[in-house]
Structure formats: C-alpha cells, structure tokens
Design a binder for this molecule. Structure first.
Ligand code: PBG
Length: 324
C-alpha cells in the first residue's frame, strides 16, 4: 500500500529496470521463414514485404549460413512453385527432386547444425491455391491427410528436422506421426499450427508464393477469429495426436490465445508473427509515422511476454542486428 509501496522505485534508472525485467529476446528465440524459388542468383524482393526476398538455392545457402552465424537456430521453408507444376492433388509436393526437397538437402549438407523446419500444406502446389484436395468446391479432409503424410515423410527423408503442418485438416498430426513412425523416422518432430485462424494478415505471404485461393476462402478449415475456446480444443487434439511443438498464428492480434494456451499446455509454444504484421510495420515506418525499431521490439517482446517460447518472424535479422 502507498506510501510503503511505490511502484516507481524500481524504475528510477536503466540498470535497475534491466535488473527487474521479466521478458527478453535473444537470437535463439527466432525461427526465420524463407521463401525459395527456382534458378540461380535469384533474389527477388516481395513487393508487399519490403526488405524480404524470394531466394534461389545458392542464395538460400548463404542466407542460412548468415542466419546461423547470427545465432538463429531454425529456418522454416516455403517454396514458390511455377503454375505449370500445380494440380489438384499437389503431386509436385511429393517429387523427390522437387524444390523443397532440394532446398532441405542443400541446407542439410551445408549447415547441418541448424534446425530445418518445413511447411506441410498443399497450397503452394495446388492449382486452386487451397491447402487440401478440392472436390465440388469442398476441401477434402482425409484424402488430404494421406498426401500430407507422404509429403512430411519425403521432407524427413531429405533431412528435415521438424515438419510443420499449416493446413488445419483434422487428424493430420496423427496421420503424419504414423507415417514417420512406420518408416523409422522416429526423431522427426512435428510443429503443428494448432490454432491457425482464417486471417487477412496472410495477404503478403500469398503474394510471395503466388498462392491466393482461386475460389472462396479458407474459412472451412482455418479457425474463425471470433473464437477462443475452440483454440484449446484444436490444440489438445494436436497434442494427443503427437505434436511436439504447438504454433499459434497470427501473432499480435491473438496474444490472448497465446496466454490462454500457454497456461494450459506443457509443450513448447511457437507464435508466427505473420506477413501482414511485417508489412504494416514496414509501411508505417516508411511513412515515418512510427519508429520502426522501437515498435518492432515492443511487438516482439509482447509476443514473448504473452508466453511464446519461440517466434517465427520476418524481423529475425532486423532484431538481432539491433540487439547485438
Ligand atoms: C499456407 C500458409 C500460409 C501462411 C503460412 N503457411 C498462408 C495461408 O494459410 O493462406 C501464412 C504466413 C504469413 O502470412 O506470413 N498453408
């Protein structure tokens, strides 16, 4: 009670504030998403994600070396596939010499220490831009799971350490875990996008991969953003099916979910600060309406404070440069 207790006492100087600080951020907290394209010496800036690029394999190798030397422990791979390779079943996703498979091997051969995470979903390979197989404008659940589990095994064979299903089909974690176990890939982990909301914050990412849904939206599989308790059901199901890490996505608008989930689960929790969050900050900073670095730190610390053990973020390099 005042005046015995004065909350300002511990704020009187920087060193004291540092001493009582509850949250911090370090390079080890980050997962760096990477966009891979075909070709050599390709470094294309993504129009709606200024300062972020699609990279060909030679540049990916350099980028991952640099990230690892900066202290980043994990990369999350996405590929941009040419339209001519897209179909309804995502056949190209299972190509042993596909771009994803080559990217995994390239990184595994050159920077074996880093954790390689790969996106598991059909959208980059789907001619409809949907995460699953389409029939009569419906996204089929169980048929999709079969393909996703083969896709995950294919990535694991190439050297992926963790596969990250982002599709939101029911039962896909179990299908993937079974396929990995049956084939002896017992140590390949699953980071499940347990609570992934149908969000307009993904817009710039879909530009990056040219993966906009050709019809409709993703609301029959991704979660309704009006819901909170449903996230716990989704996540409990994934944990029961064998998820090793749970991810929540997007980040900033969903920190209530992050804290709620953090309080109820005992496995590591990841948060994906998604493309739209990156783009909004870059745009406002370019207009000099907000301070880029300060707002970036505030947002990332908010995510940590909410309970994230790790953050997938396009700001990984920006932040590490700032704090080191
Ligand atoms: C695809 C996928 C998406 C993102 C990650 N994996 C887009 C989507 O679901 O439409 C979004 C990431 C971002 O916006 O940064 N399954």
């Amino acid at each position: 009670m005042y005046p015995q207790n004065r909350n300002r006492r511990l704020r009187t100087k920087t060193a004291l504030r540092n001493l009582v600080r509850e949250s911090s951020i370090s390079p080890h907290d980050f997962i760096a998403p990477l966009f891979v394209v075909e070709g050599t010496s390709v470094k294309e800036e993504i129009v709606s994600m200024p300062g972020y690029y699609r990279l060909s394999l030679d540049y990916i190798k350099k980028e991952v070396k640099q990230l690892y030397s900066m202290g980043v422990q994990a990369v999350l791979l996405f590929v941009k596939v040419s339209d001519s390779l897209k179909d309804n079943l995502g056949t190209e996703a299972l190509n042993k010499e596909g771009l994803m498979q080559r990217a995994i091997k390239e990184i595994k051969n050159n920077i074996p220490e880093i954790v390689i995470m790969t996106d598991i979903a059909l959208d980059p390979y789907s001619k409809y831009g949907h995460d699953g197989v389409v029939k009569n404008k419906q996204i089929l659940n169980d048929e999709t799971n079969l393909i996703l589990s083969e896709m995950a095994l294919s990535h694991s064979i190439c050297g992926a350490d963790i596969v990250a299903p982002s599709d939101m089909m029911d039962g896909r974690v179990l299908a993937i875990r079974n396929a990995l176990e049956k084939n002896g890939h017992v140590n390949t982990g699953i980071m499940s996008y347990g609570a992934k909301y149908a969000s307009s914050f993904y817009g710039p990412f879909r530009d990056a991969l040219d993966s906009n849904p050709g019809f409709g939206d993703k609301k029959t599989y991704q979660m309704d953003f009006h819901n909170r308790k449903e996230a716990l059901n989704e996540i409990n199901a994934d944990i029961n099916e064998g998820a090793d890490i749970i991810m929540i996505k997007p980040g900033l608008s969903y920190l209530d979910i992050v804290r709620e989930v953090k309080n109820s689960i005992n496995i590591p929790l990841a948060v994906y600060q998604v493309s739209g969050e990156y783009s909004m900050l870059k745009a406002a900073a370019k207009l000099e309406w907000i301070n880029h670095d300060e707002v970036m730190m505030e947002q990332l610390i908010s995510i940590k404070r909410a309970g994230a053990n790790m953050i997938a973020s396009y700001f990984a390099k920006d932040v590490i440069k700032l704090i080191s």
